[in-house]
Design a protein around this ligand. Structure first.
Ligand code: 13P
Ligand code: ZN
Length: 272
């Protein structure tokens, strides 16, 4: 029995495989974090090493003080997570102020957590609060069709939500709250983390213009499934636009009927 036999670790690795197979993670593109449950920390603790030094997160997440996360390494290729998990992701512990982290497992050949750690942790902090602790997964992927759309659609939440909803009937059921859009910003810092986590108060999906997508969810299946649904819908829209645009579509009243039967609330701001 080793840490790689622990169910939650197996699930974490499987998501990276699935996301790489989708073509969302060229080179070191994208990153992935999971907020561990206390019992999962205890299951993996026997394999922890003497912790490294406390390091600055680069932002403050007091709502996550003392929590443990599985997180991919900066500059590490997601396709290598399966081959050498111990070198490509880490388990980190946050300090009691929520401003520092230290590595307790993994990244054995050196390195540090993803450069997007501020965004991941600020998103986790918001989601922990607004979902009463249910959401635990944040996935950042470089999904080609969503990225392509950020060059042609207005960078507005209402436009992206409505267009993506129209491209697949199940979309409004999968992400009834809609999607948010962050204009182009320098990645890897606190400013983009603040902008993204602000959108995460309302949405489970935040699109980074000309860069990629952040998705939040309760577990690996739901979060991967959400990213997959958004990207597939974007792919359909790219095809539709390439064929000359829509000749017919799902109407606002169709969406209202769907909402009734599927017991979801669709904000009227997306149905104008
Ligand atoms: P990292 O290699 O630091 O995770 O960065 C990849 C990325 O997608 C930045 O947005
Ligand atoms: Zn990225």
């Amino acid at each position: 029995m080793g840490i790689l036999d622990v169910e939650i670790v197996k699930g974490y690795i499987r998501l990276t495989e699935d996301a790489v197979a989708k073509g969302w993670h060229e080179r070191n593109g994208g990153n992935f974090s999971y907020r561990m449950k206390p019992e999962e920390v205890e299951e993996t603790r026997p394999y922890f090493r003497t912790p490294g030094e406390w390091q600055e997160i680069g932002t403050s997440v007091p709502g996550l003080a003392g929590e443990y996360f599985m997180v991919t390494g900066s500059g590490k290729f997601l396709r290598n997570v399966t081959l050498a998990p111990q070198d490509n992701f880490a388990i980190i512990e946050l300090d009691e102020t929520g401003t520092k982290y230290r590595i307790v497992w993994g990244l054995e050949k050196g390195g540090r957590p993803t450069s997007e750690l501020p965004s991941h942790l600020m998103n986790h902090e918001v989601k922990k609060q607004v979902t009463g602790g249910k959401h635990r997964v944040i996935l950042h992927s470089h999904t080609p069709n969503v990225i392509a759309l950020t060059f042609v659609l207005p960078l507005e939440d209402e436009v992206f939500t409505r267009e993506l909803w129209e491209m697949a009937t199940e979309c409004p059921v999968v992400f009834p709250d809609g999607v948010g859009v962050v204009p182009w910003m320098v990645p890897g810092g606190r400013d983009i983390a603040v902008a993204t986590s602000e959108l995460m108060k309302k949405y489970d999906v935040a699109i980074w213009a000309h860069h990629g997508v952040f998705c939040s969810g309760e577990d690996f299946d739901l979060t991967f499934g959400l990213m997959d649904t958004v990207e597939k819908s974007a792919e359909i829209l790219v095809k539709v636009l390439s064929m000359g645009g829509k000749r017919q579509t799902i109407t606002p009243d169709n969406f209202r009927d769907l909402a009734k039967d599927f017991h979801v609330t669709l904000p009227e701001c997306f149905l104008k």
